[in-house]
Design a protein around this ligand. Structure first.
Ligand SMILES: C[S@@+](CC[C@H](N)C(=O)[O-])C[C@H]1O[C@@H](n2cnc3c(N)ncnc32)[C@H](O)[C@@H]1O
Length: 288
């Protein structure tokens, strides 16, 4: 494993490896399908996974781009150790280089430019998104592309007629959860205008595409497990800022024996979105 910069722990309640695998199944794989169809004509042979975490996306990139080499960078050596085991287990270790590095810094001394930078749910961890994005763009070959996958709308899980919605509990929980995320990160990730930032970096073909991820009722067991873990993590983060009665109501819904809860309800669903921001680095920068 190469190394540049410090090792640091991932922020804002980054999920454990088991949760990260579930997260990937539920929310990352659909986005990688979109990425694959978006860039299939680009002929990218050198890819960079920026903030690769436990390497779930890295492995999927390697499988979807079978002739490409992939550099996966993260600031956490723990994450990279998990990623290292994963790429070996999945038989793509020979095409993946894992690098300990901090994308808040200029990485050009460490990395050769690539054809495609993929940054999934990582760039919002920095307090200076503009600087991190500028550093990422510097790593893209002229004519190459950067793709940023970031949070879209908040989670929906119950129909409008459910008591948790009509009593306002869900709205208050969602608000408290969003506020706690801002506190953990030290800034509001939703306020970052990635599209405008990409334009300001003189990229061509800048687009923002919101993708809905919907799992309608009835959820299967892994979808229910994902929702339970997601809500539990969020509730742990924000319970102290909520009324005790709202916390008790949310805990009830996480009780596996409660008939209206995540585990047993036939109404519960998953409705979230992710936004893919993309731009192409101009081939001739003098043209701008
Ligand atoms: C939520 S995880 C996303 C992992 C993966 N990209 C995915 O979509 O599943 C965010 C990752 O970004 C990494 N990260 C945060 N700040 C970083 C920085 N300044 N430099 C490099 N990696 C960073 C964290 O260590 C963490 O592994």
């Amino acid at each position: 494993m190469n190394s540049l910069g410090h090792d640091h722990k991932p922020g804002h309640g980054t999920p454990s490896d088991a949760d990260a695998i579930l997260d990937a199944e539920i929310t990352l794989l659909p986005m990688l399908d979109h990425l694959e169809s978006m860039v299939s004509g680009d002929g990218a042979t050198r890819l960079l996974d920026l903030g690769c975490g436990p390497g779930i996306g890295t492995v999927e990139l390697a499988k979807r781009f079978p002739s490409a080499s992939i550099i996966a960078i993260d600031a956490s050596s723990e994450m990279l150790e998990v990623a290292s085991r994963r790429v070996e287990q999945q038989g793509v270790g020979d095409r993946v280089e894992l690098v300990l590095g901090d994308f808040d810094r200029d990485l050009r001394q460490l990395l050769e430019p690539v054809d495609l930078v993929w940054a999934s749910l990582s760039l919002h961890h920095t307090t200076d998104s503009a600087a991190a994005l500028a550093h990422a763009v510097q790593l893209v070959n002229p004519g190459g592309r950067i793709v940023v996958n970031e949070f879209g709308t908040h989670l929906g899980a119950w129909p409008d007629s459910a008591a948790v919605v009509t009593k306002g509990i869900w709205a208050r929980f969602s608000q408290a959860s969003a506020t706690s995320r801002i506190e953990h990160l030290g800034h509001d990730p939703a306020s970052t205008d990635w599209e405008q930032l990409l334009k300001s970096l003189l990229l061509d073909e800048v687009r923002a595409i919101e993708h809905q991820i919907h799992y309608p009722p009835t959820l299967d067991s892994s979808q229910r497990r994902w929702l339970t873990r997601y809500l539990s993590r969020a509730l742990n983060r924000c319970a102290s800022a909520m009324d005790a009665s709202d916390v008790a109501a949310m805990e009830e819904l996480l009780d596996p024996s409660h008939p209206d809860g995540v585990e047993l309800s036939s109404d519960v669903r998953i409705e979230i979105s992710r936004v893919i921001y993309t731009g192409v680095r101009a081939s001739d920068e003098g043209s701008h």
